[in-house]
Design a protein around this ligand. Structure first.
Ligand code: ACM
Ligand code: ZN
Length: 515
């Protein structure tokens, strides 16, 4: 029997003899016709079969042959599924749509890799090998983050990216929409955010800190495009969590509306990378009206329960020198600028909570005291996540030491395209243990899961994003989905060796397994 290779690996897989061969007379039976149609849509392009979708009943469930059956099953496991493939039929059962979608990705990966082609493939034997699979994820939060502030990518690529997340059973796309170098989301009430804030005059040349390319750069997503992306993702079981950076990483917004900064003038959308001293003023009430208005439009666009408000890398120099910020510290009885940042975040959290949403912030939101209901995204290693979980807060783990996909993939950086000066080989990603030992046993449930982060300073083109993402994001998917006890790297490489041609069929770039 041929080896079965699935990413992520299912929790339980039992191989059976034989298999089920699809042909143009195969029928799909589904209790939910929309779910059946999704499967037929996945199978149509490569097979050329236009499989009809019929309602499912008990007789069909027991007796139908040459059929794929999508059967509801009572379970409180929202993302789990069971797949049984035997000669004559494949039975996929799940309690919810998310489980069916994951099971469909498993079916796609079990079929010959040509199934992933967008055009009809001649002469392929479309056999799904005989299996019994019982599957469900180890972690409920499985995400990938993409920074579109430093470089923006077309909606067509964002959709391809979402397709890849779904293929690997991620469930969250963290869309980092605002930065010092560009504001990327249309906000109707503040048109200058995109008229002015979406464009920079030029961009620093990679690897040459004093040279600039002299070329204006920018762009943004209209609200219609955002809706299109959110709907596309939802159809594929992916939640899009937006990030609006506060109070730092805000120079593009300050260039559009300088009155929102402490100095009130003199801003320019950044043309180089790094951390900016200029951040939103915490003393001016106008900043909070602005933030609430912006977030109001964001909530209309994104049904996500979680809204990310940044919180990282906000230097305090401007607040120290600003009379309005100092007056706020006095009036609120705060000890210092760190407590002022916490006060800032608490205002936003209260506003979001009143509207039924949860705030997520990078681990700097711990400094000066955590907002009461905040979820922490631990990125400077795991310490922030450990402190937050032990204090009873939910945590999403994205430590740069295991999850930063903008880092070089090998020590031999000379042979790679330019990247930020840190190294994270696949071997290390694969060693990632999501729950740090320092978290007390009764606090472990606060670790919701993890995600890989893609910062794009050095990735002007989408094929470069793919190159940095793969195969490392596949290892992250494996870790978050089944979190194996044993992490045999040679076995991972052997599995990837069999699997990576699937990316070639889908036209997805990746770093080859050459060291
Ligand atoms: C971050 O990498 N600044 C969250
Ligand atoms: Zn100020």
């Amino acid at each position: 029997m041929d080896e079965i290779t699935l990413f992520p690996q299912p929790r339980e897989l039992e191989r059976k003899t034989g298999g089920f061969t699809l042909n143009r007379h195969t029928r799909v039976f589904a209790a939910d016709s929309a779910i059946g149609a999704t499967l037929a849509d996945y199978l149509r392009p490569a097979t050329g079969f236009d499989l009809p979708v019929h309602p499912l009943d008990d007789d069909i469930l027991s007796n139908a042959q040459n059929a794929i059956l999508l059967a509801p099953e009572a379970s409180d496991d929202a993302e789990g599924y069971r797949l049984e493939v035997e000669p004559g039929r494949a039975l996929l059962s799940a309690s919810q749509r998310a489980g069916f979608l994951h099971g469909m990705q498993t079916i796609r990966q079990l079929l010959p890799q040509q199934i992933l082609a967008s055009e009809t493939q001649a002469g392929v034997d479309w056999t799904i090998p005989g299996v019994v699979i019982n599957d469900s994820p180890a972690f409920g939060w499985r995400g990938i983050h993409l920074d579109v502030g430093r470089h923006i990518f077309p909606v067509a690529f964002i959709k391809k990216f979402i397709d890849m997340l779904a293929f690997y059973k991620f469930n969250t796309f963290h869309w980092h929409l605002t930065e010092d170098q560009g504001w990327r989301i249309e906000i109707k009430k503040y048109p200058r955010l995109t008229e002015v804030g979406a464009y920079r005059e030029e961009t620093v040349v990679a690897g040459a800190w004093d040279q600039y390319d002299g070329a204006s750069y920018g762009g943004f997503y209209t609200q219609d495009e955002v809706r299109e992306v959110v709907a596309y993702a939802a159809e594929r079981g992916i939640t899009v969590m937006p990030e609006i950076e506060l109070p730092g990483h805000a120079v593009a917004a300050l260039t559009a509306y300088p009155e929102l900064g402490c100095a009130g003038a003199g801003y320019r959308v950044r043309t180089t990378w790094g951390i900016a001293e200029d951040i939103f003023c915490a003393g001016k009430d106008a900043v909070f009206s602005f933030v609430n208005d912006v977030l109001g439009e964001v909530l209309e666009l994104f049904p996500s329960q979680y809204i990310h408000i940044g919180g990282d890398e906000a230097p305090k120099a401007r607040w120290q020198a600003c009379p309005a910020c100092q007056a706020r510290i006095q009036a609120e009885g705060l000890a210092d600028e760190h407590e002022l940042q916490s006060w800032f975040i608490r205002q936003i959290e209260a506003w979001l909570n009143e509207r039924g949403r949860n705030l997520v912030g990078w681990d700097e939101i711990l400094e000066g005291g955590l907002a009461p209901n905040a979820t922490v995204m631990s990125w400077r290693g795991s310490d922030g996540g450990i402190a937050a979980a032990n204090a009873g807060h939910d945590v999403i783990m994205t430590p740069n030491t295991y999850c930063y996909l903008d880092y070089y993939q090998t020590e031999d950086t000379e042979s790679e395209p330019p990247a930020i000066s840190a190294i994270l080989p696949l071997r290390q990603v694969w060693q990632y243990e999501v729950i740090p030992r320092q978290i007390a046993a009764d606090k472990r449930h606060h670790i919701l899961g993890g995600q890989g982060n893609i910062w794009t300073e050095y990735m002007p083109q989408s094929d470069h994003v793919e190159y940095m993402m793969f195969p490392r994001a596949i290892a992250i998917a494996d870790v978050l989905w089944h979190h194996p006890d044993e992490r045999d790297y040679d076995a991972l490489i052997a599995r990837l060796g069999r699997h990576l041609p699937a990316l070639d069929v889908m036209g997805v770039n990746y770093r080859p397994l050459n060291d």
